[in-house]
Design a protein around this ligand. Structure first.
Ligand SMILES: *[C@@H]1O[C@H](CO)[C@@H](O)[C@H](O)[C@H]1NC(C)=O
Length: 167
């Protein structure tokens, strides 16, 4: 009985997330749309009025992401910085997760999940960004954005830490 319960918990965790995890960066992802899905969830449309709370609320509703409490968004003009996390400007935190070597400008949005309203007027802040990097098509691309990490980069303490690259 205990074993069955444990399996049920493990399975629901795996199914509940948007991606299954590879154990190294830049390994093939079966979903050819994995990057487009990431882009929709985290990269803002080209013209987006970031100072308007109703605009944020409409965007989050259109993404059907009302139940996600903390969401991170990045301006479209910065998309290459995000891709670079998987291509030389990121270090391999664990599994396929890579953290940017430098801070990136992001909007962290807090959502009231019962009313699908935005609690703060999101402001641009500089954060280290952690993404899962998988091979999609011929490129190593971000496929999932990890909520903010509390721990600082480990590079200082571990000189064997690997850079994220597609080999
Ligand atoms: C979230 O929305 C609910 C329903 O409208 C409301 O009762 C609650 O006070 C809100 N919470 C916050 C923190 O604003």
């Amino acid at each position: 009985m205990r074993v069955v319960l444990l399996i049920a918990v493990v399975c629901s965790c795996a199914a509940g997330d948007e991606d299954s995890f590879n154990n190294r960066p830049c390994q093939p992802n079966n979903d050819q749309n994995a990057y487009s899905k990431f882009e929709a969830k985290h990269i803002l449309p080209k013209k987006f009025k970031t100072s308007s709370t109703p605009v944020w609320e409409k965007h989050i509703k259109s993404l059907k992401r009302c139940k996600v409490e903390t969401q991170t968004f990045i301006e479209r003009s910065k998309v290459n910085l995000v891709k670079k996390i998987c291509n030389g400007n990121g270090w391999n935190r664990q599994g396929n997760l890579c953290t940017s070597n430098s801070k990136l400008p992001v909007y962290v949005v807090k959502v009231n999940t019962s009313s699908c309203t935005v609690l703060n007027t999101p402001r641009k802040t500089e954060e280290l960004v952690t993404v899962a990097c998988d091979k999609v098509g011929n490129d190593c691309l971000p496929v999932h954005l990890q909520a903010k990490q509390q721990t600082q980069k480990g590079r200082k303490f571990n000189r064997f830490i690997a850079t994220c690259w597609l080999f």
